[in-house]
Ligand binder design. Structure first.
Ligand code: 16G
Ligand code: ZN
Length: 531
C-alpha cells in the first residue's frame, strides 16, 4: 500500500533531480513558488507524522511567503501549542525535503522509527494559505501528503498566519483559548475590544479613524471581516486589498524604505496609518505631518506602548508581577534606553526570528516581545492569569482594583498569545491610544529614535560570517569585530553589527548613531569591510 503512495508521489509531486538542497530556515521553507510542490507534499507527510507523535494533536501547515515578492511561496509548520516547529524537527524536515524521490520511503520509515511513532495513532493536520495565486495548487500537494499517510485534515482556506496558530492551539486545548473557527477568533477579539472601548469611541487627541494598508494580502480580507463585526467601534478604512501582494506596500516595504506605501488615498496631515505584511503577522504605524515629513512607529514603539499600559494596569490591580520586554539587536538604542531608564522594565535581547523572542518572553510573568520590523505579541503565564482573576473576584479588592483587573483580562483577550498577529496587535494599540487619549504625535514624543540604516551586502559566501551574543558580535571572519568596534567608536552613540540573513543570500549591516549623516558614513564603512 505504501508503495503505491510513493509511486503516486513520484508522478504527482516529484522532485527535479537537478534541484539543490534547501533548508527549513527562520520561517520554514521559502523560495520561488514553482520549486515548491515536492516540498509541500513532503511537509504534508511530515505534519501527519508530527501529529501522530502527539497522539493526534492538531499540527498546522501554513502556506505563505509572508512579505516576500509575489513569485515566492513557502511553508511552515505549527506545533500543538501554537508555537513554531521545534528545532529538532526543523532538521528532520530539512532531511526529508532533500532526499531523492527514490529515498523518500526509506526516509519516512526512518523518522517513524527514530521518533517511535505509532502509525495507528490519529493524525490531524490543519492547512491554511495566503492570497498568492499559486497557494491553492500548493495546498493540494500538502493535502496529498496527508492523504498518503492516512491523516485527517481540515482546510481553513485563506487565513492569516496568526489565525492558523490560534486555530491549532484552540483546538488542542479543547476550546479553552477560544473557538477554533474564523468566527470564533474574530468574535473573541472584537468582543473584548468593544468592551474596553465603551460607548465613547473618541477620547482627547484620539480620533476614531485610521487608514489600513493590507499589503494586497490576506490582512485586508480579514480586516474587512473584522469591520463587519466592529460596527463602527473602529473606523478602519481598508486599502491595498486587491493589487500585487507586498508590491510597494505593506509593513516590510514601509519599514525598510522608511516611506509610506502606494495605494493610500490622499488624507489630511497626521492621519493615523497602519501597514501589515502579506500574511498579517507584522504591523507598523506611520503618519505624514503637516510639513510632509514621514514618521514611523515600529515594533520597538509598539512594545514600549504596550508595556507601559500593562504595567499601569498591573499596578492598579495591586499585584506583583514580573514584566519584561524582549528585543533583538535591530531594536533602536533609544528604545532600549527608554525601557531601562524611563519604564524601569527588564529588557532582554535574543537572536532575530520570532521563536527566539517567544521562548525568552515566556520566562516572565508578562513577556512583551517585538522585533523592530513589527512582529511580536505578549505572553502571560497561567499564574499571572489566575492572580488577575482572583483580584477581580475577591471581596477584598477595591473597585479600582476590580476595574483594572477586568481591563487586564479584556486586554489579554484581544492579544493573540500564540504568535505575532498584526490585526490583534493593532486592536490593542488602538485600545491603548484611545485610553490615553493620544494621537500618533503624542506616542512619538515618548522618545526620539536614533537615526539608523540597514543595508544588504551581496557576498560570495554568507556562511563565512558567524555571530554570537544575540547576533551582536561577529566572531568570523576573525578580526572583523575589532574593525567594526574601531569604526563605531568614531561616532557619537554609534552602534553597528553584521549578520548573515536567514532568509536571503546576503549579509545584513545595521548601523545607528546620534547624527543622520554619521549613520550613512558608518553604514558605508561597515559595508566596505564586509564586501
Ligand atoms: C523571518 C522571521 C522574522 C525575522 C526575519 C529575519 C519569523 C516568523 N519570521 O521572516 O521574524 O525578522 O526572518 O530575516 O520568525 P533575515 O534573517 O533575512 O534578516
Ligand atoms: Zn509575515
Amino acid at each position: 500500500n505504501l508503495r503505491t503512495v510513493y509511486a503516486f508521489a513520484r508522478e504527482m509531486h516529484s522532485k527535479n533531480a537537478n534541484i539543490g538542497p534547501i533548508q527549513y530556515g527562520t520561517a520554514g521553507f521559502r523560495t520561488l513558488h514553482d520549486r515548491l510542490e515536492y516540498v509541500m507534499y513532503r511537509m504534508g507527510l511530515l505534519a501527519t507524522l508530527r501529529s501522530r507523535s502527539f497522539s493526534g494533536s492538531a499540527i498546522g501547515v501554513m502556506i505563505t511567503a509572508s512579505h516576500n515578492p509575489e513569485s515566492d511561496n513557502g511553508v511552515k509548520l505549527i506545533d500543538p501549542m501554537g508555537e513554531m516547529l521545534e528545532k529538532s524537527w526543523e532538521d528532520i524536515a530539512t532531511d526529508l525535503v532533500n532526499v531523492s524521490d527514490d529515498d523518500l520511503e526509506a526516509e519516512v520509515t526512518k523518522i517513524v522509527k527514530c521518533q517511535e511513532i505509532d502509525m495507528n495513532a490519529n493524525a490531524n493536520v490543519y492547512i491554511g494559505w495566503d492570497t498568492r495565486y499559486h497557494s491553492p495548487v500548493l495546498s493540494r500537494a500538502v493535502m496529498n501528503g496527508v492523504i498518503a499517510l492516512k491523516g485527517n485534515m481540515k482546510e481553513y482556506g485563506i487565513v492569516t498566519t496568526p489565525m492558523l496558530h490560534y486555530f491549532v492551539y484552540s483546538h488542542n486545548v479543547k476550546g479553552a483559548y477560544g473557538v477554533p473557527t474564523e468566527a470564533g477568533y474574530i468574535n473573541k477579539l472584537v468582543t473584548a475590544f468593544k468592551q474596553l472601548r465603551g460607548d465613547n469611541y473618541e477620547n482627547g487627541n484620539y480620533k476614531n479613524h485610521l487608514l489600513f494598508d493590507g499589503a494586497n494580502g490576506v490582512g485586508s480580507l480579514k480586516m474587512l471581516a473584522f469591520n463587519r463585526k466592529l460596527e463602527g467601534a473602529l473606523q478602519c478604512v481598508v486599502c491595498n486589498s486587491n493589487g500585487k501582494i507586498n508590491y510597494e506596500c505593506g509593513a516590510d516595504f514601509v519599514k525598510t524604505n522608511q516611506k509610506p506605501p502606494t495605494g493610500l488615498p490622499i488624507a489630511p496631515a497626521n492621519t493615523r496609518c497602519v501597514s501589515v505584511d502579506g500574511d498579517a503577522d507584522r504591523v507598523v504605524y506611520f503618519f505624514i505631518d503637516e510639513d510632509g515629513k514621514f514618521h514611523l512607529l515600529d515594533g520597538d514603539r509598539i512594545a514600549t506602548l504596550i508595556a507601559s499600559y500593562l504595567m499601569k494596569l498591573v499596578s492598579e490591580c495591586g499585584v506583583k508581577l514580573n514584566l519584561g520586554i524582549v528585543q533583538t539587536a535591530y531594536a533602536n538604542g533609544a528604545s532600549t534606553d527608554y525601557i531601562k531608564n524611563e519604564l524601569n522594565v527588564n529588557v532582554a535581547c535574543t537572536p532575530t526570528g520570532v521563536k527566539h523572542l517567544h521562548h525568552k518572553a515566556i520566562e516572565y510573568d508578562i513577556g512583551v516581545y517585538f522585533e523592530a520590523n513589527g512582529h511580536g505579541t505578549v505572553v502571560f503565564n497561567q499564574q499571572t492569569k489566575d492572580l488577575i482573576s482572583k483580584t477581580l473576584n475577591s471581596d477584598d479588592s477595591t473597585d479600582d482594583q476590580k476595574q483594572a483587573s477586568n481591563d487586564l483580562i479584556l486586554a489579554i483577550d484581544i492579544i493573540n498569545e500564540t504568535v505575532g498577529d498584526a490585526i490583534s496587535d493593532m486592536l490593542l494599540v488602538e485600545t491603548i491610544l484611545h485610553s490615553k487619549g493620544w494621537d500618533l504625535k503624542d506616542w512619538l514624543a515618548t522618545y526620539d529614535d536614533l537615526p539608523n540604516l540597514q543595508q544588504k551586502v551581496k557576498v560570495k559566501d554568507r556562511n563565512v560570517f558567524e555571530t554570537t551574543d544575540a547576533k551582536r558580535v561577529c566572531v568570523k571572519p576573525e578580526g572583523m569585530q575589532d574593525q567594526i568596534n574601531m569604526l563605531v567608536k568614531k561616532y557619537k552613540r554609534g552602534r553597528a553589527f553584521v549578520r548573515p540573513s536567514g532568509t536571503e543570500d546576503v549579509v545584513r549591516v545595521y548601523a545607528e548613531a546620534a547624527d543622520a549623516e554619521d549613520v550613512k558614513c558608518l553604514a558605508a564603512e561597515i559595508s566596505m569591510l564586509v564586501y
